[in-house]
Design a protein around this ligand. Structure first.
Ligand code: URA
Length: 429
């Protein structure tokens, strides 16, 4: 078949800061999915996009072309409205686990298609797979039935959802082109629009443990994604939230499930509870349920009931003991004072090195590995107390994890007041 364009012409056009036409974008995304545009050509184009950017029109068209590369799901047959949330990823970010059953307990169906972790941020599926028996893969029929019966599904995105993105994301990962805002926005939104949710709340993380290290970049990403969602008919809002320090007191798969269950039982760390409730209120507002208080559903056990049903529906035993790592190592507070900093990226890299994350997508993860934190920035601490507990099945990993923690925390003299960013920095709609 003769091709409508030449890949080199498209690359050169973007290299020279040109705007790609709709027809060029449709062709290049489709031809890449078909294997006609080679990986090295798409790498060059991705780098040109990273360096020279894209207009809003180009991003919208690129997103539409990625959606068109696969199937769109349709939940319009459900008896309840649908809402989903997406986080751009952070250390200790287990919010999906309590949030999905909580929102479902408030009468909204949540079709959460998730991924596995790569690098220092954990993947939701890896966390849930630490629950004995739980399976990530569901057919579309099973997913729709579970959404109708339970209201909550967290499962793996199938191969037919935006396959162009799957291929391009793997390429960006190895060519230094992940950080391009047009490519991140189109990657995330193509999957969420194809997933078929009626409304979407985006949690755009800002800080050392996030893709976006500063608020200006995060705001640009959030505004781009909100515009893409809104134009596609999905009610979309974004919160910019703090990822300077890890969320909650755990980073690691089973450790994070345990903490999420504490939240569902009405306890858990303050920041995890606050962000879960804030995102739940946004999701409920997006489908017009402003009169429903999600805090009530946490307090009275309805969210926990939905969690157990959701885990059982996917073969898991919500009451089974979670895996525990065989070895631990304590990092102790070096001096009396106030903990003013606990760096998300360094904690995330250390947890990853302990075995909680993977370097290549086919690597296994250790369910029990990770880090428990015993204090958060702002806390008063005493010399010799436990600050961090490192968990792993493979104790030869401790040295490299401890190296990653070099400079991860700072203890200021007693009476110091750390200058901390709020948990929710901004809201964009
Ligand atoms: N998550 C995605 O799904 N895509 C990106 O490009 C970045 C984060």
């Amino acid at each position: 078949m003769s091709e409508a364009f030449d890949a080199v012409d498209v690359i050169v056009s973007k290299r020279e800061r040109g705007e790609l036409s709709d027809a060029q974008i449709d062709w290049v995304v489709d031809a890449y999915t078909r294997g006609v545009v080679a990986d090295e050509q798409m790498s060059a184009l991705a780098m040109a996009i990273l360096l020279n950017g894209m207009s809003r029109r180009e991003i919208a068209r690129w997103t539409a072309a990625m959606i068109a590369s696969g199937e769109r799901m349709d939940f319009s047959s459900l008896s309840r409205p649908t809402a989903d949330k997406h986080s751009t990823g952070g250390v200790g970010d287990k919010i999906t686990l309590p949030l999905v059953p909580l929102v479902a307990a408030c009468g909204v169906a949540v079709p959460q298609l998730s991924g596995r972790g790569l690098g220092h941020t954990g993947g939701t599926l890896d966390k849930l797979e630490s629950i004995p028996g739980w399976r990530a893969t569901l057919s579309t029929t099973e997913m729709v039935a579970q959404l109708e019966d339970v209201g909550a599904v967290i499962c793996a995105a199938g191969d037919r959802l935006a396959p162009a993105d799957k291929k391009l994301y793997a390429l960006r990962d190895v060519t230094g082109t992940v950080e391009a805002i047009p490519l991140i926005a189109s990657s995330i939104m193509s999957k969420k629009i194809a997933e078929g949710t009626g409304s979407l709340v985006l949690d755009v993380k800002v800080g050392s443990g996030a893709f976006m290290k500063d608020v200006h970049q995060a705001r640009e990403l959030a505004e781009t994604m909100v515009a893409l969602g809104t134009d596609a008919g999905v009610t979309t809002v974004a919160l910019l939230t703090n990822m300077q320090t890890p969320l909650g007191l755990t980073a690691g798969n089973a450790l994070e499930v345990r903490e999420s269950v504490e939240v569902l039982a009405g306890g858990g760390p303050e920041d995890v509870v606050e962000l879960t409730l804030t995102l739940a209120r946004e999701m409920l507002a997006a489908v017009g349920r402003t009169g429903v208080d999600p805090a009530e559903a946490l307090r009275d056990g309805r969210a926990m009931d939905v969690w157990k049903q959701m885990i059982r529906a996917q073969g898991g035993d919500p009451d089974a003991a979670l895996p525990v790592a065989r070895h631990t190592h304590e990092v102790r507070v070096p001096a009396d004072g106030v903990l003013t900093q606990l760096d998300a990226l360094k904690v995330g890299v250390a947890a990853w090195r302990l075995g909680a994350g993977r370097a290549r997508k086919e690597d296994p993860v250790q369910a029990g590995a990770g880090i428990e934190m015993h204090a958060k920035p702002g806390a008063s601490v005493r010399a010799g107390e436990r600050l961090l507990t490192l968990h792993t099945d493979t104790p030869d990993k401790f040295d490299r994890a401890i190296e990653a923690l070099d400079g991860a925390f700072y203890i200021a003299p007693d009476g110091s007041r750390p200058d901390l960013l709020p948990l929710v920095i901004d809201r964009i709609e």
